[in-house]
Write a protein that binds this ligand. Sequence first.
Ligand code: MRU
Length: 364
Amino acid sequence: MATTNSLPSTLMNFEPQEFSPIRWNNGALELLDQRLLPHQIHWISYQDAPSVAHAITDMVVRGAPAIGITAAYGVALSAMAHRGTLSSEDLTPIMADITLLSNSRPTAINLMWALDRMKLCLLKAVAKHTAIDAIVTALIEEAISIHQQDIHFCHSIGDHGADLLSPNSTVYTHCNAGALATGGHGTALGVIRSAFTQDKISQVFAGETRPWLQGARLTSWELQQAGIPVRLVTEGAAGHTLKHNSVDWLIVGADRIAADGSVANKVGTYNLAILARHHNCKVMVAAPSSTFDLTIHQGDDIPIEQRADQEVTHYQDIPIAPEGVSALNPSFDVTPADLIDAIVTERGVIERPNREKIAAHFDS
Ligand code: MRU
């Protein structure tokens, strides 16, 4: 167990002022167990990196920015747990934990981005200090700063995205890109929350999102709590809903955006983007710049997580398909840039994204 008594008290706790699924409490990481929502509010406490990696794989925490923040705290926990044996000459245990954390889920680049940032912080701290406590302090500060920055960026994304909406807009969203998927506020739901406070939202449709039901369990819960009018729709009802409801915008988050502007997000996003084009509904992707992976030249090169057949053949532990039937269970799909009207980041809006506009967005 990590000993924390020689750390300054200001580093022992961080709980954002607004709702967040992640908190740092008395030198331990606490995650709201998203598998139990909306019916149970249950926080789990973590004190070592391997159990944090399991929590990410097992979907206790999910959503691209949220798993990045969680992994950053995981690195801080690793330094605390190895404090007795760690030396600035031998960082092997902490580097092994970073590798473990980076393998916890493959598609969301925010995870690798946060771990790279923590690794850089570690190397800088080691170059500057020999005292282990100073290194541990630097890592906790960095994890808290990643968490704070994500919330701040979500608000900027929300404001930039809301500027694109007209009053009385009807919006469709998929999966959960809300406070639960980030440090707080959300990306796609950040846009919806910000637009709602400006009286621009008349109706939100939330797709249920098989097989984990993030839309049914998480998005409809978040929107209901915020008093935003939400109607839940099944995956199969998406075409009918877009045909008959004059939906103005499809607004989704992202797990990784390639240099050509194509977007990996929860499986089903690609179907919705095609439907949206057919029904004259615009498509907005809301994501912080940590979701871009400019080393990936084109969207089809983004690694797509394949999850267990059992998630499709069973509902929770109850079989819903004949025994022995196998399933295809990609967790994400890739929407090409030409189906996207706007990508919104904390820096602003990239309209009708392409390779040149994305490069320019990051040059400025
Ligand atoms: O499998 P999940 O629940 O982690 O998938 C989440 C999504 O696809 C979100 O849309 C994405 O991570 C953006 S979250 C701001």
